[in-house]
Design a protein around this ligand. Structure first.
Ligand code: BGC
Length: 745
């Protein structure tokens, strides 16, 4: 590691404008421009997020060309389901080390976009439909990675929630929704982990490209959240290089063979771009040269494989289990499905890793059981005779005591670059599951997929379902660990499994049309939508079973301030196996007025490991943000005074315990104007109580009666003043308006 730091202003002072501009776009696909005379070295980047796709000679942004072998850790779809930020930290650290071993300074991850629709082709690269969960895992990942000296790149900022038309589409989304759903994961990571870089998204937000959005990149990211690193573009996301620098973008990737350099120089010379902006971005890019490692970093690939396996095992979700799992070693087992032999363990596109190795369930299972018969059941490319394949699977299943079917989506069904059009499994696989379940004494289904798959049409035919998402290179071994009970499953869904695509929040508004996608469901994303609207789902967010049973008791919520509280609960493992339970605390503010609130919002969680027969006490803080909404008039977070339901959830739907707390909240005095309504005048906390004394009018007194106010409450104050005529003086009205602003009275 060598290079100038931001404080090395002397090194920067000697640079010509052209040299400075050359630092603001890549030299090639993965590296920045060095200026050796000034002691500025090149910075090397690589995808990310769940393994290194290091292309040390040339390369591409889509994963077509080869890359160095590296560990393929479970993609975010799995880690999201672990609900374990400590695991995310360990994975981040391992990725940092692997990056450094290849001479990489910045690893392009984590991806923390919200899963708005289950159809998004890139959902496998994102953690959750919930911003708190995504943010907590992202903080872990970035802290772990940056503890090694490598820099992280949090992406894709912001409102990048689909692949269709991704380089152009405008996400039409209101500010409150951005603040409450699409920003918080980024916000938390910036505030708590200070990532070296943030990667701006391809898409536009309300018509403005993320790479050219000064509100996004300057006001929100830097001024409000205190981001100190560099903003880099997604690969090819810049349209106007000089405009992007002016808006707060520091580094355009990849390079454009000199075009961007020329445009930035010309813009400065023409007086269209302030050179101070160039200097600021140059300093931030140069600061990246301080990342990386001194000397060689060795990687223990065996240890990383073991970490990948432990992470995968902790992420698997046991969706259903009717006295079937775990399996006994001596059972006669029919293993059905090509995915058991040829595992699907990662997604397609820029995150595609050249895995150092991979373990199939079929091989791993032989370490647990000597009595396995395999039948492929289907082919991954759709070729082959479905009836023959199914017939062989049914024959094997009928000879078994239990059939374990590996079903899921093939690589071509989902990827970066395009969205899915259905959540269903291929029809041939559904037919296979039903045929096998009809003859096998017991049937277990193991699912492999990046985006949610529907379970309808076969769910009730089978005895147990394990959701295996995409589990990385050790996924097959991790599934075997859970199937045979070496590991007690502890994953929880980070995304709702709906009954029908038609029920999902963005249905009808996804993926948009003619260049626009309207976020019409607003803040009611994921479980917020189903819980608030009372729409049934197959399995809710937060759901996941264990081979143990857990009892919670002593749930108390103590108010600790005007807008904060502490939650306490005891978790007891009442089963016979050690296991883990996830304490989930939701707040329901839907009864409070002002703005529409969701009936459930995850506000705190903790995964706790509890030995069989043991108990663990858990204490969680609910901070101000746990109760707040974003007020678009005040441009700030507001906690409405009133009662909040605090819910201890087994998942987003199942309530283990609940209580109601009263919060003082914020005393908001909104400024009154002649355009404010009569109701706002009467309800104003300063003006309301003195209104009838200050304006002595029988008519106004009559209007203040509840029934009259119900009818007249929405009249603008100007109209009331018109009605009152001479009985009200302009001075009195002015005095009251001043009082509403906190002046006089
Ligand atoms: C992706 C990014 C990725 C970049 C570099 C883009 O297509 O959206 O997530 O980091 O390529 O490969």
């Amino acid at each position: 590691m060598s290079g100038a730091t931001e404080s090395d202003t002397s090194a920067l002072a000697v640079l010509t404008l052209e040299q400075k501009a050359s630092l603001l776009s890549g030299r090639d696909t993965w590296t920045t421009q060095p200026i050796e005379d000034a002691g500025i070295r090149s910075v090397r980047m690589s995808d990310g997020p769940n393994g290194l796709r290091a292309q040390l000679n040339g390369g591409d942004a889509l994963g077509f060309q080869p890359s160095e072998p590296s560990t393929c850790f479970p993609p975010a779809v799995a880690v999201g389901s672990s609900w374990d930020p400590e695991l995310a930290t360990k994975v981040g650290e391992a990725l940092g080390r692997e990056g450094l071993s290849f001479g990489i300074d910045v690893v392009l991850g984590p991806g923390v976009n919200i899963k708005r629709s289950p159809l998004c082709g890139r959902n496998f690269e994102y953690y959750s439909e919930d911003p708190l969960l995504a943010g907590a895992l992202g903080v872990g990942y970035v802290r772990g990675m940056q503890s090694t000296g490598a820099g992280a790149s949090v992406k894709h900022f912001a409102a990048n929630n689909q692949e269709t038309d991704r380089m152009r589409v405008s996400s039409e989304v209101d500010e409150r929704t951005l603040r409450e759903i699409y920003f918080p994961a980024f916000e938390r990571i910036v505030k708590e982990a200070q990532p070296a870089t943030v990667m701006c998204a391809y898409n536009r937000i309300n018509g403005v490209y993320s790479s050219e959005n000064p509100w996004l990149l300057k006001d929100v990211l830097r001024t409000e959240w205190g981001f100190e690193g560099a903003v880099i573009s997604d690969w090819g996301a810049v349209h106007r290089p000089a405009g992007a620098v002016a808006a707060g973008l520091d580094l355009e990737m990849p390079g454009t063979r000199g075009r961007s350099i020329r445009e930035i120089v010309a813009a400065v010379e023409a007086g269209d771009l302030d050179e101070a902006e160039v200097d600021r971005s140059v300093a931030r890019v140069v600061k990246l040269t301080g990342l990386g490692a001194e000397g060689k970093v060795a990687v223990d690939f065996d240890a990383h494989h073991a970490l990948a396996r432990a992470t995968a095992a902790a992420s698997i979700v046991l969706l259903k289990n009717e006295a079937t799992l775990p399996l006994e070693a001596q059972m006669r087992i029919a293993v059905v499905g090509e995915f058991a032999r040829t595992p699907r363990f990662q997604g397609g596109g820029s995150s595609h890793v050249n895995a150092v190795r991979s373990e199939a369930f079929l091989d791993a299972a032989t370490a647990h059981s000597a009595s396995i018969e395999f039948a492929a059941g289907f082919t991954l490319d759709g070729r082959g005779d479905d009836l023959d394949l199914r017939g062989a699977a049914v024959a094997a299943a009928s000879r078994s005591e239990v059939a374990v079917i590996f079903a899921g989506l093939a690589e071509s069904d989902e990827s970066e670059g395009y969205d899915r059009t259905t959540i269903e499994l291929p029809a041939s696989q559904i037919a296979l599951i039903r045929a096998v379940a009809a003859v096998a004494p017991k049937t277990v289904v193991v699912l492999s997929h990046g985006g949610v798959v529907g379970l309808e049409g076969w769910h009730d035919d089978v005895d147990a379902i394990l959701d295996g998402f995409l589990l990385g290179q050790a996924g097959g071994a991790a599934i075997a660990d859970v199937v045979f009970g070496v590991v007690n499953p502890s994953g929880r869904l980070a995304e709702t499994i709906p009954l029908r695509i038609e029920d999902t929040p963005a249905f009808g508004n996804f993926p948009g049309e003619q260049g626009h996608v309207v976020y019409g469901e607003r803040t009611l994303v994921g479980y917020r939508w189903y819980a608030t609207r009372g729409i049934p789902v197959r399995y809710p967010f937060g759901h996941g079973l264990s081979y143990s049973t857990f009892r919670t008791s002593g749930f108390t919520v103590t108010v600790t301030g005007d807008d904060t509280a502490t939650v306490r609960v005891t978790v007891e493992n009442t089963g016979t196996r050690d296991g883990a339970h996830v304490v989930q605390v939701y707040v329901d503010a839907s009864a409070l007025g002002t703005v529409q609130r969701s009936a459930r919002e995850l506000r705190a969680f903790r995964k706790v490991h509890v030995p069989a027969g043991g108990a663990v006490e858990v204490e969680l803080e609910l901070d101000r943000r746990g109760f707040a909404y974003w007020d678009v008039d005040l441009h700030d977070w507001v906690v409405t005074p009133g009662s909040y339901r605090v819910i201890l959830g087994r998942d987003a739907f199942a309530v283990d315990a609940e209580t109601t707390i009263d919060l003082v909240g914020d005393r908001i005095n909104r400024e009154l104007t002649m355009g404010s309504t009569a109701q706002e005048w009467f309800e104003h906390s300063v003006v309301g109580p003195v209104l009838l004394d200050t304006i002595q009018s029988d008519l106004l007194r009559a209007m203040a009666q509840p029934e009259a106010l119900r009818m007249l409450g929405s009249l603008p104050w100007q109209k009331i003043v018109n009605l009152l005529g001479d009985s009200v003086s302009r001075d009195d009205v002015d005095t009251l308006m001043a009082a509403s602003r906190g002046e006089g009275c």
